[in-house]
Design a protein around this ligand. Structure first.
Ligand SMILES: [Zn+2]
Length: 319
């Protein structure tokens, strides 16, 4: 059906968009870990409640996260204000403005935060908005209370996430310094992938999942994007043409954008005393579907290990 003459006349981008839209409708696989789309959805979900707010109290119920919660967290946060939330890869960046900063801002000087909090959700973390008086549940480890009565509440059963100060000079912070481009930015292109991959024998899937190549192409999204672009995940990165990398870069953008859009509808309710946002299930074509028929051609999807990671692909559509 999709290989009709009309379909092949469409531009590559249109074809990918159509495929994504058609194919993303079909299968739902629950996710186990927050990926870039969850972090971006979290940023968008919590920002309206906390940006510009003064912090009145900080409660740390469990300081032993992946990195211990900094001892000076409460001391430095109380009385300060929250700036405009940003995200880099899977790190949420929360600028913290002291009262002095806000004076400076009012006087028209540059918008420079005193400090920035780096928040990572790890394997099982989530940030949501509670209200003052909402009782914490088990695994609600950190509360940042604001003057408006909204509380930024961190929940993390496995405690692989963390909150820490970012170095003032972001380019010197080891956690951020070597990250590749954001997948949804103009810096991430097929040309970038092509140039970086010349003479590389590593398989294209682990190449794409390398954070120094591009951030956010985790196992699920790499598998889905390679399927969309029709590229065998085992193919040597250095043996993929520029045209196919163009298709792959577009597919990565499409898959992540679709996930973020889906998150926006699934995680709408960030303000809730009960429940937690969890991670949204996404409709997937290959990830988690080994042994089942390919949604495009009907062939049985194969499962292999590639760079220690489970990889599912269609031996007929991907080459
Ligand atoms: Zn197929």
């Amino acid at each position: 059906m999709l290989r009709s003459a009309t379909f092949t006349r469409l531009s590559l981008f249109t074809r990918l968009s159509l495929l994504t839209r058609l194919l993303l409708q079909v299968v739902t696989v629950p996710k186990t870990m927050p990926e870039l789309p969850e972090v971006e959805t979290t940023r968008r979900g919590i920002a309206p409640y906390i940006e510009g707010q003064e912090i009145t109290e900080v409660l740390v119920r469990q300081p032993r996260l992946r990195v211990p919660v900094p001892d000076d967290l409460a001391e430095r946060l109380v009385g300060a204000r929250i700036g405009v939330l940003k995200r880099r890869a899977k790190y949420l960046q929360i600028p913290i403005h002291s009262a002095r900063d806000f004076e400076r801002e009012r006087e028209g000087s540059a918008d420079v935060a005193d400090a920035t909090l780096l928040w990572h959700l790890g394997m099982s973390g989530s940030l949501r908005i509670a209200r003052v008086g909402d009782l914490p549940k088990k695994h609600d480890h950190v509360d940042v209370v604001t003057a408006s009565g909204y509380v930024l509440r961190y929940h993390d059963p496995r405690r692989f996430g963390f909150v820490d100060w970012q170095l003032d000079d972001e380019t010197q912070d080891k956690r951020l310094a070597h990250l590749g481009p954001e997948p949804l930015s103009d810096a991430f292109t097929g040309k970038w992938l092509y140039t970086l991959s010349r003479n590389k024998r590593v398989a294209v899937k682990p190449f794409l999942m390398d954070n120094q190549v591009v951030v956010g192409a985790g196992n699920i999204y790499a598998a889905e994007a390679l399927f969309m672009a029709g590229i065998d995940p085992r193919r040597a990165a250095g043996r993929v043409s520029l045209a196919r990398y163009n298709a792959l870069a577009l597919a990565v953008k499409e898959v992540l954008a679709a996930a973020i859009a889906q998150g926006g509808t699934t995680l709408r309710d960030f303000v809730s005393g009960q429940g937690e946002p969890g991670y949204f299930a996404q409709r997937l074509n290959v990830y988690g579907r080994q042994g089942q028929p390919c949604l495009r051609c009907g062939a049985e999807l194969r499962h292999i290990k590639l760079g220690q990671r489970a990889s599912v692909f269609c031996p007929s559509c991907q080459h």
